[in-house]
Write a protein that binds this ligand. Structure first.
Ligand code: SF4
Ligand code: SF4
Length: 276
């Protein structure tokens, strides 16, 4: 896995911070000579919800989506695997951009919706402590200063960011928990993290075709919903990882699984204390 680099600390220090009511002038339009330039040779970090929306829109399995449209790296800073939108090898363009713009516009990733706004958030395992926005001014983009001013809040509303923020909030808390830990994830734990969050159709098979539901106490109505609802399944994936990898009380084991675990623990300590 390649190592991912983040420029956030520099941006956070050197760029004016904006709140939701601060205003900036920006307008994006297919008539601009830069149309589509922002969809080339760019690092777009994908969240699990970004992947969910795009694989649904394309009507393909999550494994096929990940294989064709993403690349994987490891973030030493965030201590987890990270996923990027894969550009074409030949011209470095996003595989979704065409003459008419974005081919997955209604389901484009969070980062694409927000551009040219960036967001920095200092999250802790308890929740978001501080959030602010900043304008990314890049030469390639000619929309700055055009079209009159609008508030950050209006821009974000207009881009349909809200469902992404709602769905991504538990994921951000999970990242904060991961970043607060001293130990890195093992290779096996990285594979669990990747499968549960990004390869959601494989995670569905893991939940429904293994002993998962005999080990974890999951409400029946929720089990039913998860069979068809990717969003519900993704919420469970975050809880399972918080429980299994980061020892958070995000899930409960079933009574029988908890009893078996206790019995195994007693047998192991009896073996340890018995004379050799
Ligand atoms: S997903 Fe759409 S908006 Fe995002 S880089 Fe690709 S073409 Fe551009
Ligand atoms: S470069 Fe800027 S103005 Fe041009 S299409 Fe992209 S976001 Fe819009």
């Amino acid at each position: 896995m390649a190592e991912a680099e983040f420029t956030e600390p520099e941006i956070v220090q050197n760029t004016p911070r904006l709140g939701p009511d601060d205003r900036f002038a920006f307008h994006c339009d297919p008539s601009l000579d830069c149309f589509g330039h922002c969809c080339q040779d760019v690092s777009i970090l994908l969240t699990p919800y970004d992947v969910l929306r795009m694989k649904q829109a394309l009507g393909i399995d999550s494994s096929a989506f990940m294989e064709q449209y993403t690349s994987l790296a490891y973030s030493a800073e965030k201590r987890v695997p990270v996923v990027f939108l894969k550009m074409n090898e030949a011209d470095k363009k996003c595989q979704f951009v065409g003459e008419k713009g974005c081919g997955v516009y209604a389901n484009r990733p969070w980062a694409c919706r927000m551009y040219p706004l960036g967001m920095a958030e200092r999250s802790t395992s308890q929740g978001a402590a501080e959030r602010f926005y900043f304008v990314l001014k890049e030469e390639l983009c000619h929309g700055h200063g055009k079209g009159g001013e609008g508030a950050v809040r209006e821009f974000i509303d207009g881009q349909g960011v809200e469902p992404y923020d709602v769905m991504q909030s538990p994921f951000r808390r999970l990242l904060a928990v991961a970043a607060e830990r001293k130990e890195a994830l093992t290779t096996e734990q990285c594979a669990m993290y990747y499968m549960a969050l990004y390869d959601l159709d494989r995670f569905r098979r893991f939940v429904f075709e293994t002993r998962f539901l005999t080990l974890f106490d999951v409400d029946e109505a929720r089990v039913h919903a998860m069979r068809a609802d990717d969003e519900e399944l993704l919420e469970l994936a975050v809880e399972w990882l918080a429980f299994s990898l980061f020892q958070q009380k995000a899930m409960r084991m079933t009574k029988s699984a908890a009893q078996q675990k206790r019995a195994k623990g007693s047998a192991a300590s009896a073996n340890q204390s018995s004379p050799a």
